[in-house]
Design a protein around this ligand. Structure first.
Ligand SMILES: [Mg+2]
Ligand SMILES: [Zn+2]
Length: 189
């Protein structure tokens, strides 16, 4: 299970570089716990161009990540890994392979945790998330669209559209309770 961060786990205020601006989306931590209990490994893949733009630095990102993980842990939710892209595309400069829609962070997670891409799921809130999932060969892409007026083409590109991560986790619980086999923790993200 690959999760985008801003707009999925925490409220996307734009360039969240300090803990006081990191506000969990209601139900997101509980949703991750549900996904843990269903057997999913959870890997966060997040574009953080605020680093390249000089709004905050890698140390600040690491601090937020540590506090995010410890706060989740206190509530019984587990994220296995966090991949962040600190880069920004500059005109004329070379593109990194990790800034979504490039698939680099997802491919790194697939390699590092030896998971099957086609059996994996990605949940994100932007077209770049859905495009990155497809480029990495992820089997199922889920769009978080809290406002139903979000772009029709984007909704069509995703395999599933949900208002929140919590709604997605609830739908997974229902799916498995109706007889699908839960994922094996060792092989599926
Ligand atoms: Mg996002
Ligand atoms: Zn990058």
């Amino acid at each position: 299970m690959f999760l985008d961060r801003d707009g999925v786990i925490n409220v996307d205020f734009g360039y969240v570089g300090t803990w006081d601006r990191f506000i969990f989306v209601p139900g997101a931590v509980e949703a991750i716990k549900v996904l843990n209990d269903l057997g999913y490994r959870v890997i966060v893949v997040t574009n953080q161009s605020g680093i390249a733009r000089g709004y905050f630095n890698k140390a600040a990102f690491a601090t937020i990540t540590a506090r995010m993980l410890s706060t989740m842990g206190e509530q019984g939710a587990r994220v296995d890994a966090v991949y962040g892209c600190p880069h920004l595309l500059t005109s004329g400069g070379p593109a990194c392979n990790c800034r979504k829609p490039a698939p680099g962070m997802i491919l790194a997670g697939i390699a590092d945790y030896e998971v099957s891409a086609v059996d994996s799921v990605l949940v994100g809130d932007k077209s770049s998330d859905i495009e990155a999932a497809k480029a990495a060969g992820i089997g199922r892409s889920v769009l978080v669209a809290p406002h139903s007026q979000s772009c029709e083409a984007l909704q069509a590109a995703a395999d599933q559209v949900v208002p929140t991560l919590a709604a997605f986790a609830a739908s997974e619980t229902t799916r498995f309770s109706w007889g699908d086999h839960p994922p094996k923790a060792t092989s599926q993200v």
